[in-house]
Ligand binder design. Structure first.
Ligand code: FEO
Ligand code: CA
Ligand code: CA
Length: 633
């Protein structure tokens, strides 16, 4: 069934509701898509006029008397003002409550977080992890489950007794346990949503959880280590950033800045130059890891285990309904600093996964399976057999997906996957302004990617030496605001290798600038933001945009306030501020309860003592509802 915003969801069963939240475009959607594309071009034509250079973009784009500004808003809320304080704000008629905080136990008898001592080693893999990020909602046999990423840890507050220093193997293990993924069952009663303590679904997946490696690179020499001579079973997942959800009900967690977890003890032993394996520079693997794991856990010491970093930087598939399921690293989807994984289907049912690589001047990818997905049918091989493509955007607003194959790159397939960045450079992909989340519109064959910012645009090459010219979907030098690029696959088919593109929005500040840094027409004094990052469509077709940017509220960023979440209308371009986070935080991760009456939103690394007051700042997931319990979105 295709989602429709007029549908009354209250009559649907749990499983139907889950299906509703994963709608597939049907044939009758495609005519509407074409009509919308035509009207959309009229609206965004001004934004696109500067495609060959920022100077072409004039102040005319900021005309607040435009038809769009006067048209009735699609949104069922009154936009809120920018905020600079230490708590969460939502519009009138909406409420928010805490669902889970870092350190909250999943099981009875487990000690909660203590600000003086942190969490005990025994409890550290039985509590809600730190720095919540991407998350997805699942319904299984009437149980409401959430799978939630925990991107990284703050050692200072997890190891308070050592002032944040990793001094023992136990310290390292504790930090490893506080990161990864949580699967939790949640339930709602009169006081709101909470974790179902002791639910058999509750599970922590951390940096030592056994995982299987599958796909074309599995078993390759580059993935073999002394502990795993087969190159097919890894331990753990790390820096889990954005998320994804397959049509068959599994969770995809995305390994982003994995490079920062490795280091070498060789440097301290003698003064000879450190041997750095191929690919380390392109992926940013430094000689010292962020947590000092390498000093206590030889797996993270690349002088002893040079292939261990090759076993990270993948998309990992997890079955949230089976606590004994072994997560699977899907090498067919490439290795880079994965942001999220947006799964759609091509017209003939092949699985298409859009994938961003969040680094300045890196690329946007998609995977297309060889086989087709049939609801209820076998899924074996769908994320293992296929082709990885990388995007090339042309200045004339056309674009193509360039296949990464042995023919096009001159590299063996397994090496293409382990060194996807290097393969993509060989085919001339477009260097992007840090691709963060991709989101696909469930009501139109189009997808969006947040290009969060890029201070190096037009100034520095990427780590592979590729130029970062100003132009195309990256139109501003030293881009401090970010933009959202959108593409329309040709033949209205996500399986197509060609597309047309435009910019949905270019963030900026019209109160400070009158040139391209003012932003696009749909940016105004009432919705200022910078650095779009998290993004997801609801089933009604509204795109929700989360920010991870400069919240100083000064200079270029005056009037933007704290990081926030905005709602966007894909048809008119209207953007309205829905939520603001506590100062210092990043707003990241969102999904909906099965009945779409609750929106779950992640608040990562709040800068104040939110949410408890007292000494501690705690990353948390909140539940937002309408006061009248109506649908959100
Ligand atoms: Fe973990 Fe690119 O954000
Ligand atoms: Ca992000
Ligand atoms: Ca970010």
């Amino acid at each position: 069934m295709t989602g429709n915003r007029q549908t009354d969801l209250s009559d649907l069963s749990f499983d139907e509701l889950d299906e509703h939240n994963f709608p597939r475009a049907e044939e009758n959607e495609f005519d509407r898509v074409v009509e919308r594309a035509i009207s959309r071009r009229g609206f965004l034509g001004g934004v696109l006029a500067f495609g060959s250079g920022a100077a072409v973009m004039g102040t005319g784009l900021l005309d607040s008397t435009s038809a769009q500004a006067q048209a009735a808003s699609r949104f069922a809320f009154t936009p809120i003002a920018a905020q600079t304080d230490g708590t969460v704000h939502v519009p009138e008629g909406y409420d928010w409550k805490l669902l889970a905080r870092w350190g909250d136990p999943y099981f009875s008898g487990v000690d909660a977080f203590d600000p003086e001592t942190g969490v005990s080693l025994e409890a550290s893999d039985k509590v809600f992890g730190e720095n919540t990020d991407g998350m997805e909602s699942f319904v299984y046999n009437g149980h409401q489950l959430l799978a939630i990423n925990h991107e990284y840890v703050n050692p200072k507050i997890n190891l308070p007794l050592t002032g944040g220093e990793t001094e023992t193997a136990e310290d390292a293990l504790k930090l490893q346990n506080m990161q990864g993924v949580s699967v939790i069952e949640i339930a709602e009663d009169d006081s709101g949503w909470s974790i179902v303590v002791d639910s058999p679904f509750n599970r922590r997946i951390h940096q030592n959880t056994p995982m299987k490696i599958s796909g074309p690179a599995a078993g390759h020499d580059l993935l073999k280590t002394e502990a795993d001579p087969s190159g097919t079973s890894a331990l753990g997942t790390m820096n889990n950033c954005g998320s994804g959800k397959t049509p068959w009900g599994t969770y995809l967690t995305c390994e982003e800045n994995f490079n920062t977890y490795f280091g070498t003890t060789e440097a301290s032993q003698d003064q000879k130059p450190i041997e750095r394996p191929f690919g380390y520079d392109r992926y940013g693997i430094a000689n010292e890891g962020r947590y000092g794991y390498e000093k206590f856990d030889p797996r993270f010491d690349f002088s002893k285990n040079p292939n261990e970093p090759n076993r990270f930087g993948w998309i990992v598939e997890i079955d949230p309904t089976d606590p004994n399921n072994t997560p699977v690293k899907r090498t067919a989807l490439g290795r880079f600093k994965h942001e999220n994984a947006e799964v759609v289907l091509s017209r003939d049912g092949r699985v298409v996964v859009y994938l961003g690589d969040d680094e300045r001047g890196e690329f946007l990818y998609k995977f297309v399976s060889n086989g087709s997905y049939v609801p209820g049918g076998p899924t074996e091989g769908l994320l293992d057999d296929g082709t990885l493509y990388v995007a090339k955007f042309n200045d004339d607003q056309s674009g193509e997906w360039l296949a990464l194959t042995p023919d096009t790159t001159g590299m063996p397939l397994a090496e293409i996957l382990v060194y996807s960045r290097i393969a993509a450079s060989k085919v001339g992909a477009t260097t992007m302004d840090r691709p963060e989340w991709v989101a696909a519109n469930p009501h139109a064959v189009e997808a969006y990617c947040c290009l969060t910012n890029n201070k190096n645009r037009g100034v520095k090459t990427n780590a592979g030496g590729d130029e970062t010219p100003v132009g195309g979907p990256n139109p501003r030098e030293t881009n401090n605001y970010g933009q959202i690029v959108r593409w329309f696959p040709r033949e209205d088919d996500h399986g197509s290798t060609t597309f047309d593109w435009d910019l949905y929005v270019m963030a900026g500040n019209p109160t400070v600038h009158k040139d391209a840094y003012a932003g696009s027409e749909n940016v105004n004094e009432g919705n200022l933001f910078n650095s779009p990052d998290g993004m997801a469509f609801d089933s009604s077709g509204i795109v929700w945009i989360q920010t991870d940017g400069d919240d100083s509220n000064e200079g270029d960023f005056a009037g933007m306030g704290n990081n926030q979440m905005l709602a966007g209308d894909p048809v008119t371009g209207e953007i309205a501020r829905f939520m603001t986070g506590p100062n210092g935080c990043e707003v990241t991760g969102l999904c909906w309860s099965a009945d779409r009456r609750t929106m779950f939103v992640g608040i990562q690394h709040p800068g104040s003592n939110w949410p408890d007051g007292g000494k501690l700042t705690r990353s948390s997931v909140i539940a937002i509802k309408r006061s009248d319990n109506g649908l959100i979105g």
